[in-house]
Design a protein around this ligand. Structure first.
Ligand code: TMP
Length: 196
C-alpha cells in the first residue's frame, strides 16, 4: 500500500488534484481510497464540525489535540485496516506541523511526539501545492469562511512558510508544485513524479 498526502494552504486546489489522481490510478485498475483530515470517520467528522464551526471559540491547544483525536481515529479505523493499493489523504500530520506548529506557534517537538504517539505512518509521497496566500484566498471567494480560514493573513503566511520548510527538510517524500499553474499541468506534474 502506498500513501500519498496532499498539502497546502487554502485555495491551492488539493481536492481537485486528489480527485484527478484518484481517477488516473483507478483507470490503471488500482484500488484507491480517499480520506480527508480532519474527518473521514464517524467521530472524526464530528470533531471536524467542532474544529471548523465559526461559532466555536477554541484555544490553540484544544485545536491541536482535536486534530490529533480525529487523526488517531482515522489511523486506527481506516488506514491500518486498508487493503487498497493507494491511500490518498487530503491533508495529514504535516498540516498539524504547518498550521498548529508554524501557524499557531505551538511546540514542534510536542507535535512530533503526538505524531509518534498516534503511530502516524510516513506517507510515501507528500505533494505540497504551493501558492501565494492572496492568490489562494482569491480562489475561495464563493465559499463560506470557516473558523480556521478566518485566521489572519500573517497566520497563513506562517503556515505557507512552514510548509515550505517541512518540504525542504523531507525531500525524500515531498514534491513541491507551483499550484498557480493550470489544473492539467499540475496533474501531469503529479503523475510524472509518482511514475518516476
Ligand atoms: P480542509 O478545508 O482542507 O478540509 O481543511 C480543514 C482545515 O483544517 C484547513 O483550514 C486546515 C486545517 N487543519 C489544521 O489546521 N491542522 C491539521 O492538522 C489539519 C489536518 C487541518
Amino acid at each position: 500500500m502506498k500513501i500519498i498526502s496532499f498539502e497546502g494552504i487554502e485555495g491551492v486546489g488539493k481536492s481537485t488534484q486528489l480527485r484527478l489522481l484518484k481517477d488516473y490510478l483507478e483507470s490503471k485498475h488500482f484500488l484507491v481510497e480517499v480520506y480527508r483530515e480532519p474527518g473521514s470517520t464517524n467521530t472524526g467528522e464530528k470533531i471536524r464540525d467542532i474544529l471548523l464551526n465559526s461559532a466555536n471559540e477554541l484555544s490553540n491547544e484544544a485545536e491541536l489535540l482535536l486534530m490529533f483525536a480525529s487523526r488517531a481515529e482515522l489511523i486506527k479505523h481506516k488506514i491500518k485496516k486498508s487493503k487498497s493499493d493507494y491511500l490518498l489523504l487530503d491533508r495529514f500530520y504535516d498540516a498539524s506541523l504547518a498550521y498548529q506548529g508554524y501557524g499557531r506557534k505551538l511546540s514542534i517537538p510536542l507535535i512530533e511526539s503526538l505524531i509518534t504517539f498516534t503511530d502516524c505512518p510516513v506517507p510515501n509521497y507528500s505533494i505540497l501545492l504551493d501558492i501565494p496566500v492572496e492568490e489562494g484566498f482569491a480562489r475561495k471567494t464563493n465559499d463560506d469562511i470557516d473558523r480556521i480560514e478566518s485566521s489572519s493573513k500573517s497566520f497563513f503566511e506562517r503556515v505557507r512558510k512552514g510548509y515550505l520548510k517541512i518540504a525542504k527538510e523531507n525531500t525524500d517524500r515531498f514534491i513541491k508544485i507551483n499550484a498557480s499553474l493550470d489544473i492539467d499541468k499540475v496533474h501531469q506534474k503529479i503523475i510524472n513524479h509518482i511514475e518516476s
